[in-house]
Design a protein around this ligand. Sequence first.
Ligand SMILES: [Zn+2]
Length: 192
Amino acid sequence: MHEEERPLVGWSRVADSPEMLETIKKNKRSSLGLALVLTLLFPIGFLVAGLFSDEMPLNEAIIIGAVLGLLVLIINLWRFANMKQRAWNGVVVKKLEKRRYENNENTSPSYMEYIVLIKTDRGKTKRIAGRKWDRDMYDYLDIGDRVRYHPALATIEKYDKSKDEVIYCNVCRRRNPIGNDRCEHCKNLLFK
Ligand SMILES: [Zn+2]
């Protein structure tokens, strides 16, 4: 793709490119494999422990393993269901910083949470929240910015990138200089 075909204002065509669709497919396949391994790991692990360890009765081991395996399965099914949701467009309407406490007491250790609220074209409010080490989107997005959510990658694209010096990779989420066509870290095409 040439530089002139990739203007900085407008939705990127990279999202629908054959290369990106292939990357999404590959990512899905490997996370499916990982989900399967994790789902089986608990029942098998506890079964082995139940068979060979004197400290764990076999029937207890089977129940615990099955419950944990089921839990992992549910979490992963929920994740895959989210991947299938439709892309949405919206506008950033609010940014807030909130002090959160580790537990209910105000004396407990606290941290800052950085929240971006987006109103979608269908009238829903979406929320991107990150802690101190994860405030990239909070700094990247301004009130009034038009954004698109790519569910297969679970990342955000900004419509107008013309005033930006950086762009975030929609595959690995790392920061890149806006001049790059490909991500410095994962080598995938940047969404511009
Ligand atoms: Zn990347």
